[in-house]
Ligand binder design. Structure first.
Ligand SMILES: [Zn+2]
Length: 243
């Protein structure tokens, strides 16, 4: 057979051409196989590269998210959603608070009273529309621009009061210090500073806050998971300011 083929090749060009074609085909297949194995060899590296790229992308997204989070604040105030009505309870005829903090707040007032301190609740939950009235009416009354006003009152949608977890407190014996920095010189404030944490209350705008003026009367509750979630961004910012 071998011999025959050789003879054929010599005299029959067509056969030779076919053989040549077959050879090309074989070379092509070999070439394909080579690419195939090369790709298989490369596959783990490709997967690895893709994975790390994905990771990079995700961390990129997180970084963007964080920036967005930081940028959400207006004039030093963070945005807060309005709490749903079902979660609010009256603790006084004109003061509503988040149901989570009622018990703790009233216990704090009772215990203060046992120590001869009379705490007065000045303002609890405020709707965004009420905050709007306060922000804009006081601003024009005091002839202040928004940035100045924001130092003493949050813009609508940016007040801790709309969460139901904030309470403004005064001293029953020193009503002239209501909503004033002088409240810090009252017995009520001194008692709060020493004891409020036991009831999960914390001063929101302390003296270190760069953007918002010191508000010794404004306390917020952080004694429930929901409250902690609400103030998570704020606490993160406070941490950053300290560093
Ligand atoms: Zn307040």
């Amino acid at each position: 057979m071998e011999k025959n083929n050789i003879i054929n090749e010599d005299i029959d060009i067509q056969v030779a051409e076919r053989r040549n074609l077959k050879g090309n085909n074989f070379k092509f297949k070999k070439y394909l196989m080579f690419i195939f194995f090369f790709l298989i060899f490369l596959l783990p590296f490709i997967v690895l590269a893709f994975k790390s790229n994905l990771k990079l992308n995700f961390s990129g997204i997180n970084a963007v998210k964080e920036t967005i989070n930081d940028d959400l604040s207006i004039l030093g105030h963070l945005p807060y959603k309005e709490i749903s009505k079902e979660k609010l309870v009256f603790i006084e005829p004109n003061i509503e608070v988040h149901i989570d903090m009622r018990k703790s707040l009233l216990k704090m007032r009772d215990d203060a009273q046992k120590n001869g301190i009379n705490l007065v609740f000045l303002s609890g939950y405020r709707s965004i529309s009420l905050q709007k009235d306060i922000f804009y009416s006081l601003k024009s009354m005091r002839n202040q621009i928004a940035a100045e006003r924001a130092k003493v009152s949050a813009p609508p949608g940016y007040s801790e009061h709309s969460t139901g977890f904030a309470i403004d407190i005064g001293d029953a014996y020193k009503r002239e210090t209501d909503f004033e920095v002088e409240f810090e010189n009252t017995d009520a404030f001194r008692w709060l500073k020493e004891n409020a944490a036991k009831y999960h209350f914390k001063l929101s705008f302390n003296k270190n806050n760069k953007n918002v003026d010191y508000e010794p009367w404004h306390w917020r509750y952080e004694g429930s998971i929901e409250a902690l979630k609400v103030f998570e961004a704020s606490n993160r910012n406070l941490k950053k300011q300290k560093n």
